[in-house]
Design a protein around this ligand. Structure first.
Ligand code: PRT
Ligand code: ZN
Length: 225
């Protein structure tokens, strides 16, 4: 069993948020020995352990109080929050800081040849996405009767494969959409990486450690501006 007096932080094991999150922790003076295969990484100079997991698991780990802090994209965080609310599960957390990396937008894109005037052009259509709760909330707000079709990968090929009429996926440069003959039409959600804390109170020692780390994070972020 792990030492519960050590601050537990969840980070993405391998993906777009991993390097920046680890670099930030190192930049604020936390020494880490990361071995590629291992789920846990211990700090050698602070009472901190990293839990290295898939980003999809991080909101739940924080909201269930399994870890104290987590680095996560707002898109994933908001989606999981909506999913848990729909299932009547607790979804408490605090956002400590919005960070300067992981920037992207969740956008609706349609095949170049499709006639698209506004979001109502999707009336009665199927839209493939990994973020059905965010997309359905958007449809509801816009009063559009369209169906979100859940796909965990290869969303951008769904229209060509005849699985959906359009897609709703993360975009940063737009190169993936262009390569797949898709045109970005509406932004559903804008996202960056955030540092979150569990809703339940931390021990005094852990909270004072977090309070000492935050100004250092601010310093690193400001130095980059
Ligand atoms: O294995 P694991 O589940 O941990 O990783 P993952 O594959 O689910 O996530 P990953 O590493 O791809 O992304 C993690 C987080 O990075 C996302 O939840 C976002 O918060 C953030 N992020 C920032 C992005 C992008 N930019 C991004 N461009 N996540 C994904 N993309 C993908 C997008 O899905 C599309 O396939 O990149 C492609 C589009 O990029 P452009 O540059 O061609 O527009
Ligand atoms: Zn993921």
């Amino acid at each position: 069993m792990s030492d519960s007096t050590r601050l537990r932080i969840a980070v993405q094991k391998s993906g777009r948020l991993s390097d920046d999150s680890i670099a930030l922790l190192k930049a604020i003076g936390i020494k880490l020995q990361i071995r590629d295969r291992l789920l846990i990484a211990h700090s050698t100079n602070q009472p901190i352990d990293l839990l290295r997991v898939r980003d999809d698991d991080i909101p739940g780990l924080v909201m269930d109080g399994v870890v104290d802090l987590g680095f996560i994209g707002e898109n994933e965080l908001e989606e999981k929050m909506l999913e848990r609310q729909a299932a009547n599960k607790a979804s408490d957390f605090l956002t400590l800081r919005r960070l300067d990396y992981g920037g992207c937008r969740l956008s609706i894109a349609v095949p170049n040849e499709m006639e698209y005037k506004d979001i109502h052009s999707l009336e009665g259509k199927k839209v493939a996405t990994t973020y059905p709760f965010l997309l359905e909330r958007f449809f509801k707000q816009k009063n559009v009767n369209a169906q979100a079709v859940m796909l965990t990968g290869s969303v951008e090929v769904a229209p060509r494969a005849g699985v959906a009429d359009a897609i709703c996926d993360l975009v940063s440069t737009g190169a993936t959409l262009e390569a797949n003959g898709l045109c970005e039409e509406d932004v559903v959600f804008k996202s960056k990486a955030v540092l979150i804390q569990k809703g339940e109170a931390l021990s005094e020692e852990k909270q004072s450690l977090v309070n000492r780390l935050l100004p250092r994070i601010d310093g690193v972020v400001q130095a980059k501006e």
